[in-house]
Design a binder for this molecule. Structure first.
Ligand code: DGT
Ligand code: CA
Ligand code: CA
Ligand code: ZN
Length: 592
């Protein structure tokens, strides 16, 4: 028995050719290995083994003595010393770069030789700094391709922020719904559950004629690669690396499949247990009497003759199991089924975007925003908001062009006269996003803060403080009489930066005790406090402010992302102060 088969031998020869090319070896030698790989592939598996055994491999055209000897060594021992040495000799970063579409060994050598690029990270830096475009044989266009290629590569195999996944899903979903064969279409999975990051997209379509729908799906311009294709399902890789599954079911099955592919897995398992306890078997195919046999694990579906209880939609499905409709955001297996049992009736009426009447954490051109005060207020009015809070950075946030006392006073003045002018129907609250300094003091003196309507207190420096120091720092800010709310509490950036270490429970308890609000920062990179914290915290009495942290007018609409997270955190409108009408907010601020 050989240790390495024909395909493995050819692959090894190709790899040798590539590594030699990365090393800048003599082209004849490189071609000998590349050609040898093709010759080996063309040989019969049996002939190859016989010739190796008989020592006549070097008689084959295109395989010289050196190649024959290496093939024999690898075939007999499963190892090849020459290849192992080569792998060590060539920088791993150069090999990694081969995965970037459009980059072959020749171009990688050129980049290495001219610019010293020896890793993906340096390649990206150089492309972003525009230095590759100037290199002979590259140009603007290939630089752009390299950059896109790196981003795709990085996108593969990782999760994606909800907002980006939603954007990718939106166009495909709209297209699916327009097809004449499609009766219903939905994006399920973590996207529908509003998880802050999404692994892949899961589209579900109700149709009697799946083939043309599959055909349409795999031929969309945003599809970079078709990874699987059948008659009732397909999987593709979109530009940017996001994987997107499509499943097609007959209309009668849609509600069950929708529920199943929305998940979560934990929720599904718990609901299936409840169905079983009631003498039913629940699956993506339907709800059957428990004794009816049907495929338990996937492919075959229900046994012919087994008939599901009908359900026109998920509400009916839940109703069959004695449950109120459970919003997708709550389906994480964290007690939602018990709460939906009709007798309990304890599912909350979750907050909705339509409940929002304003927001407090927004920036203008006075600090690092891109729109003026007037533009931000007009945009808030266009969203139908009764009020908008302006909270530009404070003086210590130099990089964000933070306001000093004088500029803050001017801004407050401008806000007061804007309100007095009656130009906008939206009331403007004058605030600040005040730095919490490393020792827990605030960036402005008490008399400066007292002149404002409210204060958002945030950490923007010394992130590396240890947990106890950071906790005390924030606790000190909570104790400050002028602090209204805490901004982006842990400073996390989803998929980029972990939040700093901090004792959340102590901070939440202190905030509740002092009547300090904690922001739900709706910026799609932040989305914190995390939804896993909100339910318990709000039950204990913590109030939430859904804030977009907008740096431009379009950013105000980010509150929608925040609402998704608030719903995952079981929050009702009453627990979110930005749903309160203007008069109530004014009264609440005045009472503080
Ligand atoms: P993701 O894509 O990692 O962000 O998370 P999901 O929740 O979208 O997971 P995905 O795409 O693997 O599967 C979609 C849904 O299909 C999942 O939420 C529940 C259902 N599902 C998948 N695998 C299983 C399973 O093994 N058991 C059960 N009960 N449900 C499953
Ligand atoms: Ca998914
Ligand atoms: Ca999936
Ligand atoms: Zn901030």
């Amino acid at each position: 028995m050989s240790k390495v088969n024909k395909a493995g031998l050819a692959e090894a020869l190709t790899e040798i050719g590539t590594l030699l090319e990365l090393q800048g070896e003599n082209p004849f030698k490189i071609r000998a290995y590349q050609g040898g790989a093709r010759v080996v592939e063309a040989l019969g598996e049996e002939e190859l083994a016989q010739r190796i055994a008989a020592g006549t491999l070097d008689e084959v055209k295109g395989i010289g003595g050196a190649l024959a000897q290496k093939i024999t060594e690898l075939h007999r021992t499963g190892r090849l010393g020459f290849l192992e040495q080569l792998r060590v000799a060539v920088a791993p970063g150069l090999v990694e770069m081969l995965a970037v579409p459009g980059l072959g060994p020749k171009k990688i050598r050129a980049l290495h030789g001219a610019l010293g690029i020896d890793s993906l990270a340096r390649l990206q830096q150089a492309a972003e700094a525009d230095t590759i475009a100037t290199l002979a044989g590259f140009g603007e266009k290939s630089q752009g391709k390299i950059l896109a290629g790196i981003r795709h590569r990085v996108g593969y195999g990782r999760r994606h922020r909800w907002a980006e996944a939603a954007r990718a899903a939106e166009a495909l979903l709209a297209g699916l719904r327009k097809l004449p064969q499609v009766q219903q279409a939905e994006a399920c999975g973590s996207l529908r559950r509003r998880l802050e990051t999404v692994g892949d997209l899961d589209f579900l379509v109700a149709t009697e004629v799946p083939e043309p729908v599959v055909e349409w799906y795999v031929s969309q311009p945003s599809v970079a690669e078709i990874t699987a294709r059948g008659t009732t399902k397909a999987s593709v890789r979109l530009e940017g690396g996001l994987q997107a599954d499509l499943r097609l079911v007959p209309p009668a099955q849609f509600a069950f499949a929708l529920h199943h592919f929305t998940g979560s897995k934990d929720h599904n398992i718990q609901l299936r247990q409840r169905a079983l306890a009631q003498g039913h078997s629940l699956s993506e195919w339907g709800l059957f009497p428990a004794e009816a046999k049907h495929g338990p694990s996937g492919e075959d579906g229900p046994e012919a003759g087994a008939r599901s209880v009908p359900a026109a939609d998920e509400t009916e499905l839940f109703c069959h199991l004695g449950l109120d409709f459970i919003p997708p955001e709550l389906r994480e297996g964290l007690g939602e089924i018990a709460a939906a049992a009709a007798a309990a009736g304890t599912l909350p009426r979750l907050v909705e975007v339509a409940d929002l009447r304003g927001a407090f954490h927004n920036h203008t051109t006075a600090s690092d925003g891109h729109n003026t005060l007037e533009e931000m207020v007009a945009a808030a009015g266009a969203l139908g908001w009764e009020y908008v809070g302006i909270a530009d950075h404070s003086k210590s946030s130099v990089q964000a062009c933070g306001l000093d006392e004088l500029r803050l006073a001017e801004q407050v003045e401008a806000i007061r006269s804007l309100n007095a002018s009656g130009r906008f129907g939206t009331h403007v609250f004058a605030g600040t996003e005040c730095d919490i300094l490393p020792d827990g003091r605030l960036d402005f003196a008490d008399d400066v803060l007292a002149a404002l309507d409210y204060v958002v207190a945030s950490v923007h420096s010394a992130f590396q403080q240890d947990r106890e120091t950071m906790t005390r720092r924030i606790l000190r800010a909570i104790e400050h009489p002028h602090v209204t709310m805490l901004g982006h509490l842990t400073g996390r950036l989803l998929l980029e930066r972990e939040g700093y270490a901090v004792d959340l429970e102590r901070i939440i308890d202190a905030a509740i005790a002092r009547g300090v609000v904690i922001e739900l920062n709706a910026n799609p990179y932040r989305l914190e406090l995390d939804w896993r914290q909100w339910r318990k915290a709000a039950e204990k009495g913590l109030l939430c402010s859904i804030n977009p942290d907008a740096h431009r007018t379009e950013g105000l609409a980010h509150v929608g992302y925040g609402v998704g997270i608030a719903r995952k955190g079981w929050l009702t409108a009453e627990q979110v102060i930005t749903t309160y009408p203007l008069a109530r907010v004014k009264k609440w601020l005045a009472a503080r």
